[in-house]
Design a protein around this ligand. Sequence first.
Ligand SMILES: Nc1nc2c(ncn2[C@@H]2O[C@H](COP(=O)(O)OP(=O)(O)O)[C@@H](O)[C@H]2O)c(=O)[nH]1
Ligand SMILES: [Mg+2]
Length: 312
Amino acid sequence: MALEVGIVGLPNSGKTTLFNALTRAGAEITAYASVSDKPNVGMAAIADDRLPRLAALVEARKVTPAAIRVVDVPGTGPQLLGNLRQVDAILAVLDGFSDDATPDDDLETLRLELVVADRDHVERRRERVAKEAKSGDAGVRAELDVLDRLLDHLDRGETLSGWPDELPEALDPLTTKPLLAVENAPGGIDLKLEAELAELPEEEAAEFREGPSALDEVVRRLKDALGLIAFFTVGEKETRAWTLRRGETALDAAGTIHSDIARGFIRCEVISTEDLLDAGSHAEAARRGTQRLEGKTYVVQDGDVLNIRFNV
Ligand SMILES: Nc1nc2c(ncn2[C@@H]2O[C@H](COP(=O)(O)OP(=O)(O)O)[C@@H](O)[C@H]2O)c(=O)[nH]1
Ligand SMILES: [Mg+2]
């Protein structure tokens, strides 16, 4: 499953512009609130300069970057924000380009909208559980009790992240997710410019920019917020980057590639990107002894090149 990020923001702050710049999907950008309430969904590639170097080593015919799924919801009501309950992080887009822009106030407004959406979520869950509790099931009654106390907690102005115990498993809150604010302004992250540059070939776009791409910066901050690392699979047919969360194992890496590979996992050849590039080939790396064999529980490191042996 690819990681997911949700975009939130007030109307006309530049959410869909950011979505297009990240995904190059070309969703409709309007100067008015969208009539459709369907979220835009697309994939954003994660730039990593190690990938082309690894691909060059084996003259890979196909090079595939890692990607994050991006969801752009056209509004901030509880129902629309409910589309974001499964995302791993939230990007808050703030208007910094209008004459009367108030990005700090807008961020507060957005945080409040998320709090309201979560209260709504807890309340709906409580209604459902209250109906089921009439049957007398002990587990259901216990959840009802927790939800009642949780609603009291929220009504005292406290947050879900401030809840001292574990939250009921059935809840998927928004306010406990990592939230990253992106101010959309010339001189900062100029999304309109980025969306335009995203349509150009990479070299041409780079000539327009002074520094690194502002979007790469957004993706880099996202990776930090989520604790993501990259690993690579290097082959002539395809060389590919993948993401894992820091601390995940070789077995998790296998599962990211394909559930069959996880099921049939035998062992995993591991070498760091640097060692492989230094050696110039897998054969030379093996001769130098910089490649090793690891088992299922090996904790994958950022930049590891993995070759998983498995049987089906
Ligand atoms: N000047 C300027 N206009 C922008 C910028 N980003 C978005 N816009 C404009 O603001 C309007 C709304 O943008 P859109 O991405 O659809 O906002 P959304 O409602 O948050 O999805 C469009 O007319 C965009 O062209 C920006 O960075 N600078
Ligand atoms: Mg939009």
